[in-house]
Design a protein around this ligand. Structure first.
Ligand code: EPZ
Length: 415
């Protein structure tokens, strides 16, 4: 298994390109199941998770045309099953359930199971489909769903589930009648998907708010679309500028997706400048601030670990509260091995800043925890060796190349 070796202490400087968003590309690729013909999507990032969803869709008969824009053609579907061996490697595979059921009338999708950051149930996805008239059974670890044609319904989500909102929004596009999603997720990735679905002829309004209306159609047609910039990748680089006292401009970004992060980084002593499609982030004297993660537009849970790395070298005390997932502090133990002073109390971590972290061999446990340890290694004195970097490759495109281009002393060691 590959490792990444980092020599800390160099302030990052320069420009970095913001890749397309993993969490927008995944639902947009599965949306291709809703229609025959070839869709074309620009700015699909080259990530392990994208290769996984393509393999899963390929197993259902979807064909791909590689090029500047990725062609995705679901004309001839040959299967209705998403198997455990693929779904267990990537929970977002659940995103085939809604479109597959709506297009073919049946779907057999493995229950994703938990992951490092939590149990991550999909009960809200299942209940919504049942409310739309689907017959759903759980058998041998699989979700078996059948519906000749889904019926529009008013769905209330107990929690603003991102992939739940996306799954049901896709299913509702081909339902008979109107579906209202209440307490829907408001993430930009939901709006990106809605935009693509409208391009296919779907009638959707309200995306980006907590009530989304979908008026079902008998069928959809192929479209062309563009994946939005990855706000979590951009945020990771902005925080990297802060923790190293550098000056980084993220280009090809969408500043409008970063309100909560920008406000927090400014409170934490950083200079943040907004340009048309770019964000300049310059580090200054770090100020210790509290952070509470919330559904969008609140502070993103996917940047909680990265922010903790920066607060670990702050001057004072920072309380970091995780409200979205029940076990998203797996990075704390590894930060402590690098000299951080952190105590977990329930769903909060109390971080007492230390003057410097010390490089050490550390282990990635999940995607964003890996990013946190990269940032900690960039700021630490000495050498950090990060193992299990396959977690990182799931969600960051060529990350060591992008950091090296900013002056980081970082290299991948093939293992
Ligand atoms: C999406 O996960 C993202 N993944 C996650 O990014 C992100 O952290 C998360 O949203 C929150 O923003 C993708 O978009 C592919 P949820 P998702 O359903 O949809 C509970 C990354 O690092 N819940 O919004 O799985 C759930 O347990 C990943 O890129 C239920 O109880 O998250 C959690 O506590 C990590 N029942 C909360 O809701 C359900 O049926 C939010 O989960 C669904 C969710």
């Amino acid at each position: 298994m590959d490792k990444i070796v980092i020599e800390g202490g160099t302030p990052l400087r320069g420009e970095v390109h913001n890749s397309g968003a993993k969490n927008a590309a995944l639902p947009i690729l599965t949306a291709s199941l809703l229609t025959s013909g070839c869709n074309f999507f620009r700015r699909v990032p080259d990530l392990v998770d994208i290769r996984t969803i393509k393999k899963l869709l390929g197993g259902l008969g979807v064909r791909f045309v590689e090029g500047e824009a990725l062609g995705v053609d679901a004309t001839d579907l040959t299967g209705i099953e998403a198997s455990y061996d693929l779904v267990r490697t990537m929970r977002a595979s659940i995103l085939v359930l809604g479109p597959l059921l709506a297009r073919t009338g049946e779907a057999r999708v493995s229950l994703p199971g938990g992951c490092a950051i939590g149990a991550r149930p999909v009960n809200l996805h299942i209940r919504a489909l049942q409310e739309m008239g689907a017959e759903v059974n759980l058998k041998d670890g699989y979700i078996e769903a059948k519906a000749a044609r889904l019926k529009g319904a008013t769905i209330y989500f107990d929690l603003p589930t991102v992939t739940g909102t996306e799954n049901i929004m896709m299913a509702a596009c081909l339902a008979d009648g109107t579906t209202l999603l209440k307490n829907a997720a408001r993430e930009p990735e939901v709006s990106n998907l809605a935009e693509v679905l409208r391009g296919m002829g779907a009638r959707i309004t309200g995306d980006g708010t907590d009530v989304i209306r979908i008026d079902g159609c008998p069928s959809l047609h192929p479209t062309e679309g563009e994946i939005i910039p990855d706000r979590i990748e951009a945020g990771t680089f902005m925080i990297a500028a802060g923790i190293t006292g550098g000056d980084v401009t993220v280009v090809d970004a969408d500043p409008g997706h970063h309100d909560a992060l920008i406000a927090k980084l400014r409170d934490a002593g950083m200079t943040i400048e907004i340009r048309d499609k770019a964000i300049r982030a310059a580090g200054g004297r770090i100020v210790s601030v509290d952070v509470k993660t919330l559904p969008y537009p609140g502070f993103p849970t996917d940047l909680q670990a990265q922010m903790m790395a920066m607060m670990a070298v702050g001057p004072g005390l920072s309380v970091i509260t995780e409200t979205v997932f029940e076990n998203r502090f797996m990075h704390v133990g590894e930060l402590i091995r690098m000299g951080a002073d952190i105590v977990i109390q329930g769903n909060s971590a109390v971080v007492r800043g230390v003057p410097r972290l010390r490089g050490a061999p550390v282990m990635a446990t999940d995607l964003r925890a890996s990013a946190c340890l990269i940032l900690a290694g960039l700021a630490a004195e000495g050498k950090t060796v990060l193992s299990r970097v396959y977690h990182l490759d799931r969600g960051y495109e060529k990350i060591e190349k992008k950091f090296a281009a900013l002056g980081a002393r970082m290299e991948r060691v093939k293992g």
